[in-house]
Write a protein that binds this ligand. Structure first.
Ligand SMILES: Nc1ncnc2c1ncn2[C@@H]1O[C@H](COP(=O)(O)OP(=O)(O)OP(=O)(O)O)[C@@H](O)[C@H]1O
Ligand SMILES: [Mg+2]
Length: 466
């Protein structure tokens, strides 16, 4: 008795000829499950008798007879061992893991996939436009995308190493959006907590590869935290080995619909214990991303200032209709009795025109001059998220001061009234945003040193790109 386990309703078709064709197709397609002689055997047995979703009693009766059971459940569901009594084969639908029913009622594909193998699948609206102040990285990515479009070379995989907050995860997000690929976040610790993690990992890769009409960016974040690179934990070693094999296959498969993006904060252990991970032919490039240079930091600052300005404008304009808000009173005062909404935009500009980026940069540089880990180098002390936090704090502090001023004077002041001393204002903001390079000096110094040690010896597998 052969037991076909089928989750898709297409295998419950009562027309024997149609059904045989469908099953033959499925078995041939999933060749790793069956060889030709086994397929013939299944088809022969189907000529005898087919039992669709039999009851427990029925199953007991037909043991030892010839024929095929087609059930949505495995024999264990009926209390039978997988081995001996039945020969069990799983047949997958044409759109596995999705069934025809799921597609018919529009169940979200990412939800189905998430449930099956523990991974998040997302679409992102970020693109390379949102990645600023990293000109060389931009150029590299644009170049790779163009080569792929022209069919000259494929964009396969990247390994990204860099200090905390340098933009590793963010780059993956922007790249996925730019390439119109789903971002698949691989949750390796979760996969490792399952009963057969290597099988799950295989299943996940197979599932993505089957979705030929979709393109994915497989994102494996902070890989060093997911493995015991000492090789003591057997399960982790096996999963790691499996991952390497699968990444290798993706790298070499010209038809692959998956590109991959791996990040790490710490590569010392990987280099010492699993150097094969970084060998040539596994990633297109191994990149190191450092703190932004001063020029780049200014561009990032401009980017976040502009975003804050647009936000401010929106907040003001929305609050025009809400008299309970302090914003409303300020906006009314500023835009005149008629509440001329178009003038609200000046409120944001009001702030940022007077706080020019060059002034902010100079102030921060002076404030932290003695605290840089590598003072000789032309890197800024803040990472992009710290620059962002700086801009947000400027906005908040400005409003606190503006509301205070309004309340005391019953009129909206000029910028000079609200921020009479720019240096002092910036100093207060900077005191709130202590750079990680200062508060976690040793850890960051270690991260930076990793990349520098390699480059000093001339043997770095990483290329610095900012
Ligand atoms: N080049 C950039 N342009 C604009 N914003 C950036 C850039 N790089 C980083 N950011 C901002 O900084 C935030 C943090 O970056 P991200 O999470 O990618 O850092 P990371 O390198 O992954 O850090 P960690 O090592 O802590 O995971 C992002 O969400 C993004 O808002
Ligand atoms: Mg990250």
């Amino acid at each position: 008795m052969i037991w076909l386990m089928a989750s898709d309703s297409i295998y419950f078709d009562r027309d024997k000829d149609i059904l045989k064709k469908k099953i033959e197709n499925a078995l041939t397609r999933d060749h790793s499950v069956c060889d030709k002689s086994k397929i013939d055997l299944v088809l022969d047995e189907m000529d005898e008798k087919i039992y669709f979703n039999p009851s427990k009693r029925k199953v007991r009766k037909i043991i030892g007879k010839r024929g095929v059971v087609i059930s949505s459940f495995p024999p264990s569901h009926y209390g039978y061992d997988d081995y001996g009594v039945f020969s069990t084969i799983e047949i997958k639908g044409d759109n596995f893991p999705f069934t025809v029913e799921q597609e018919a009622i529009g169940v979200s594909k990412s939800l189905v996939m998430e449930n099956i193998v523990g991974m998040q699948i997302m679409q992102t609206d970020k693109t390379l436009k949102d990645l600023v102040g990293v000109e060389r990285l931009h150029e590299y990515l644009r170049h790779k995308i163009l080569m792929e479009k022209l069919g000259i070379s494929r964009f396969r995989g990247m390994f990204f190493f860099g200090v905390a907050g340098s933009g590793k995860s963010y780059t993956a997000e922007c790249l996925a959006g730019e390439l119109d690929r789903y971002l698949v976040v691989l949750d390796l610790p979760y996969i490792m907590s399952l009963p057969s993690p290597t099988r799950r990992l295989d299943m996940m890769f197979d599932m993505l590869l089957r979705q030929k009409n979709n393109k994915y960016l497989l994102f494996i974040d902070e890989i060093e935290k997911m493995f015991d690179f000492g090789g003591v934990n057997l399960a982790a070693t096996q999963v790691f080995g499996k991952l390497l094999t699968r990444l290798n296959d993706l790298y070499n498969d010209p038809k692959s619909n998956i590109m991959f993006f791996v990040t790490a904060n710490n590569i010392t252990k990987i280099i010492e214990q699993n150097p094969e991970f970084l060998r040539k032919g596994r990633f297109d490039k191994l990149l190191f991303i450092n703190y932004p240079t001063l020029d780049n930091a200014e561009k990032i600052l401009d980017f976040y200032k502009e975003r804050a300005r647009v936000n401010l404008q929106r907040v003001f304009c929305e609050s025009i209709g809400d008299s309970s808000k302090a914003f409303y009173r300020m906006a009314q005062t500023f835009s005149g009795e008629g509440g001329d909404v178009s003038r609200c935009e000046y409120l944001g500009e009001h702030l940022f025109i007077s706080l020019r980026s060059s002034i902010i940069m100079r102030h921060i540089e002076e404030k932290f001059r003695g605290e840089k880990i590598n003072p000789a180098q032309r890197y800024f002390i803040y990472t992009p998220p710290e620059i962002n936090a700086f801009v947000e704090t400027i906005v908040e502090n400005y409003f606190v001061a503006a509301v205070d001023f309004f309340e005391a004077n019953d009129r909206f002041g000029k910028i000079g009234d609200i921020i009479p001393n720019v240096e002092k204002f910036l100093d207060e903001v900077a005191s709130e945003i202590v750079p990680l390079q200062v508060s976690a000096r040793e850890g960051i110094a270690r991260q930076m040193a990793q990349a520098m040690d390699f480059s000093k010896s001339g043997s770095t597998p990483f290329q610095e790109i900012n």
